[in-house]
Structure formats: structure tokens, C-alpha cells
Design a protein around this ligand. Structure first.
Ligand SMILES: *Cc1c(COP(=O)(O)O)cnc(C)c1O
Length: 488
């Protein structure tokens, strides 16, 4: 071996290292379902003591360092790859996606300039166009891979501002004739508040429109708020429809929102971070009707498309506005090509990893029909879970065909929201600390509930039974607060 320097350990050692890493993750996948979904406690003391011994001054054998890392990860964390993780849209990644991550990391193409990585850029564009086609967006649609939904939504705000106000690119917000405001439902993902903060709009610029009884944006309230803002001299520029809200899986009325946006000349963005995946199923795709009229769309492949973390997608019918938003000219970047814009000029990011490969490879190997079947299976498991919980006397409080189930125990609700919240939190704690399953608590229009989402392709009907049983036990063990206001 002709070593060039200490970091150059050569291909044979590289292969040994990767094989050992593969053995560890395969072992993890085999064993994870037999252990608790979550630890009893965060393990901070254990972790800090372990890390205190890692000063990086002495080289360590990979055969020591890697198993230690796996032990720490195995003991101290919620296992989103567990079949009884009924959690927050964090899927068990597919092996195809994991393989894509490995190849992207090892070949490490630089996706700032097209000319540096034409193969990678074209593969990403291919996936983005495929998704656009499934959503019914026009063939001229372009976009960008993002770290996730939050970055895709940030991209949407910048593109919408750029489209709405001719002076915005050069003069920013100070050049505008009135304060810009945007509309999203009260059930929308509150990354909008961070985005408003970051872009200088200010958090108050996010008009959270109350939702109706099904937790969809209330159109009458939207009308009132828009009219009041216009009368007050504000400048509405963006209307966001959420297709699949984070808490309860509500689908805003997209066709109506598209019509309002057209009438009021607002940029219409659909945040379909989680539920946008259903575009891959012919049966489920009609749930997204109206999305084809969107000026832009967010979809996270790392949610219901089961890609490993770090794969969001932003799509827009206005590629020129996207380019206008993020372009920059430098002396050091390679010259642009005619074939496609440079990714750094259509993205918040500059140097960028090949995030799209894990999506490309999974689609290429599994094929779209397998995804459709999985999505439909998840929906059926969600229906099974909803039915079993209802048979056990839980009240379903959300209304969606998507596999996220929010339930409350009627006997715990009589004392008001505060005691109900305490009781439902105690039940969730009981289940989670038993290790039997992971689920969360949620407020839907202020009403406390338990939230369970089908998110792992490893979840089986037996896992559904197990969580229903664990919930029944926790419910029995958790005393109902007696007098009003004395709950927890
Ligand atoms: C998860 C989610 C987001 C945020 O996406 P990240 O990938 O976590 O950045 C935005 N909107 C909705 C509807 C989501 O479900």
C-alpha cells in the first residue's frame, strides 16, 4: 500500500470498515424490534461520561469506536425504525435509500455547479420531474432538493416575495409599499413562524387562519382576515394550503384555496411535506386534488417516501422566479452551462450533497407500484388502528383518510382541557416508558389527545394490536382526575 498521508488508509481498510459498519446496522435492524421503542430516560449522564473519555488525542480501532457508537445510539434514543414507533412521520428508511446515502457520501459529487456533477444533477431533476408529473404540475416545473420541508417552505416564501414585489430582490422589505403578510391554517406546520422571522417579515406576518370542525382551513375566516388586511393597507402575497397537517392529517380545501389565490393574486403554495407521497398511488392521489394549481409545492421524501433523513423537495411552476431568487455571480464558480441552471442558483444551499440519490435509487429499484402498495397498506393499517381504538372506547377527534389517528378518552375529558391534557400525557408516558410503543400527545384546536401515526413499513397488524393493548393497560393504570382544575 502506498499511503499518501495519515487519512489515506486505502481501499482495503475502507472495505473492512464499511463491511463492519454494514454488519452493525444490519444487526441493529434485526434486533431493534425486540427491544424497547424508547429508553426510560435520556441517558445524559451516561452519554457525557462516555464522551468525557473521547478526547480524540489517541487513535482508536474502528472495531472499538463503531460498536460504542452503536451502543450509545441503541440505548439512548427513540427508535424511529421500530415497527411500533407510531410517531412523527419519521419512517424506517428503506435499504435502497440507505445504499443511496452510502454511494452519495462516498462518491461525494458537489451539486453546486451543474458542470461539476451533471449526472447527479440530472438524476435529481429526473426525480423532481417525476414527482411533478404525479402531482399534475406542468412539464415546465423545476425545483430543488432541500434538507427538508422547512427549507422547502423557506424557499417558497423567498420565491413568493420575489414574484410579488418587483423591488424585493434589490431593496428588500424596506422598499415595499406596505407590510407583506401570508396566510396558513392554524394547524399548519409552524416552521412558517421561523421562516417569517428569518426573512425579515416578522412572525406577526404569518396570519394563522382558524380551522373548521375537521381542522381544515376555514374559508370564511380566510375571507375576513384577507379583507381586513387589505383594508388596513397590508400586502398579502402568499396563501399556503397544507395537505396533511402535522397534528391531525387534515387536508385543506386545495381547489377553493387555489381559486382564492388566483382571485387575490397571491402565490399559492401547498405544503404536502408528509402526505404529498400519496401522489405515487393512483387510488390515493385524488386526496391531493387542487395541488396541480399550486405555484409551488413542498414534499419531504424523508417522510412518507421512507428515505433516510435529509431529503426534502421544492417544486415550482415558476423556474425563472426560483433562479431570480437564488442566483449569484462569482469569479470562482465554474461557468454556467446551457443545459440547466446551476443548483446553487436555485437553492438556499451552496455546496450541496447528492440528497436525491437515495430517492432515485429507491424508486428505480422498488418501482412506483411498490410505493403505491405500501402507501395503501399504511392507510389500511391506519383504518384498522382507528377501528380497534374505537372498539376500545376511545373517541377519534380527527377526521382524515390518512393514517394518523388522534383519540381521547371520554372519561378523562369531563374535567376540562387542562386535566385532560395531564391525563393523556400520563397515559402516553406510561406506554412510552414501558417500551411497548412510541406515541405522542397533541392538541387539536385546543383539545388534548393521543396521536398515533403509521410511519414504518415494518408495522404489522400484530403491532397495531400491541399498541391497542398497551393503551388499554395504561388507561386502566392512570387515575382520572376527580375535581375540575385538580388534574395533575
Ligand atoms: C414535517 C413537516 C414540515 C417540516 O419538514 P422538515 O423536513 O421537518 O423540515 C413542514 N410541513 C409539514 C406539513 C410537515 O409535516
Amino acid at each position: 500500500m502506498n499511503r499518501q498521508g495519515p487519512l489515506d488508509v486505502g481501499e482495503e481498510e475502507g472495505a473492512r470498515l464499511l463491511t463492519a459498519a454494514v454488519d452493525l446496522v444490519v444487526q441493529h435492524a434485526k434486533e431493534v424490534a425486540d427491544g424497547p421503542v424508547a429508553p426510560h430516560e435520556p441517558g445524559t449522564a451516561w452519554l457525557r461520561e462516555w464522551l468525557a473519555g473521547q478526547d480524540f488525542e489517541v487513535a482508536r480501532a474502528p472495531g472499538e469506536a463503531m460498536p460504542e457508537v452503536m451502543e450509545a445510539l441503541g440505548r439512548w434514543g427513540v427508535h424511529t425504525t421500530h415497527p411500533r414507533y407510531f410517531g412523527l412521520f419519521n419512517p424506517t428508511p428503506t435499504w435502497w435509500g440507505v445504499a443511496g446515502e452510502l454511494i452519495a457520501a462516498a462518491v461525494n459529487p458537489q451539486l453546486a455547479a451543474y458542470s461539476h456533477a451533471p449526472a447527479a444533477v440530472e438524476m435529481e431533476r429526473h426525480v423532481l420531474r417525476f414527482m411533478a408529473g404525479r402531482l399534475g404540475l406542468p412539464a415546465t416545473t423545476e425545483g430543488a432538493f432541500t434538507v427538508g420541508g422547512a427549507e422547502a417552505n423557506l424557499t417558497a416564501v423567498v420565491v413568493a416575495l420575489t414574484r410579488a414585489f418587483a423591488t424585493y430582490p434589490e431593496q428588500g422589505l424596506s422598499g415595499l409599499p406596505g407590510r407583506p403578510v401570508l396566510y396558513a391554517s392554524a394547524e399548519s406546520h409552524l416552521a412558517w413562524l421561523k421562516i417569517a422571522h428569518m426573512t425579515g417579515l416578522g412572525r406577526d406576518a404569518v396570519r394563522l387562519v382558524p380551522s373548521d370542525s375537521a381542522h381544515r382551513m376555514d374559508l370564511a375566516r380566510l375571507h375576513e382576515m384577507h379583507a381586513a388586511d387589505v383594508a388596513a393597507g397590508l400586502r398579502p402575497f402568499l396563501l399556503v394550503g397544507t395537505a396533511g397537517t402535522t397534528a391531525g392529517g387534515a387536508l385543506d380545501p386545495l381547489p377553493e384555496l387555489a381559486a382564492r389565490a388566483r382571485e387575490w393574486e397571491l402565490h399559492f403554495h401547498v405544503d404536502a411535506a408528509w402526505a404529498g407521497a400519496v401522489a405515487l398511488s393512483d387510488t390515493l392521489r385524488p386526496l391531493l386534488t387542487g395541488i396541480e394549481a399550486a405555484d409551488s409545492v413542498t414534499i419531504d421524501a424523508h417522510k412518507w417516501l421512507s428515505a433516510p433523513m435529509g431529503a426534502g423537495m421544492f417544486l415550482t411552476q415558476h423556474p425563472a422566479a426560483l433562479l431570480q431568487s437564488f442566483h449569484a455571480t462569482t469569479s470562482y464558480m465554474p461557468a454556467e452551462t446551457e443545459d440547466a441552471p446551476d443548483p446553487y442558483a436555485t437553492s438556499v444551499q451552496w455546496s450541496r450533497r447528492f440528497a436525491g440519490l437515495k430517492v432515485f435509487l429507491a424508486l428505480a429499484i422498488a418501482g412506483r407500484p411498490a410505493y403505491a402498495e405500501q402507501l395503501e397498506r399504511d392507510v389500511h393499517l391506519g383504518e384498522l388502528l382507528a377501528r380497534r381504538l374505537s372498539e376500545d372506547g376511545w373517541s377519534r377527534i380527527n377526521d382524515t383518510p390518512l393514517p394518523v389517528i388522534c383519540v381521547a378518552a371520554p372519561e378523562a375529558e369531563t374535567g376540562g382541557h387542562e386535566s385532560s391534557a395531564g391525563w393523556h400525557a400520563a397515559v402516553a408516558d406510561h406506554v412510552v416508558s414501558s417500551g411497548a410503543a412510541w406515541l405522542s400527545t397533541v392538541l387539536l384546536a385546543g383539545r388534548p389527545a393521543l396521536r398515533l401515526c403509521i410511519t414504518s413499513h415494518r408495522t404489522s397488524p400484530a403491532d397495531i394490536e400491541a399498541v391497542v393493548t398497551a393503551l388499554a393497560e395504561a388507561r386502566k393504570m392512570t387515575p382520572i382526575p376527580t375535581a375540575k382544575g385538580h388534574g395533575r
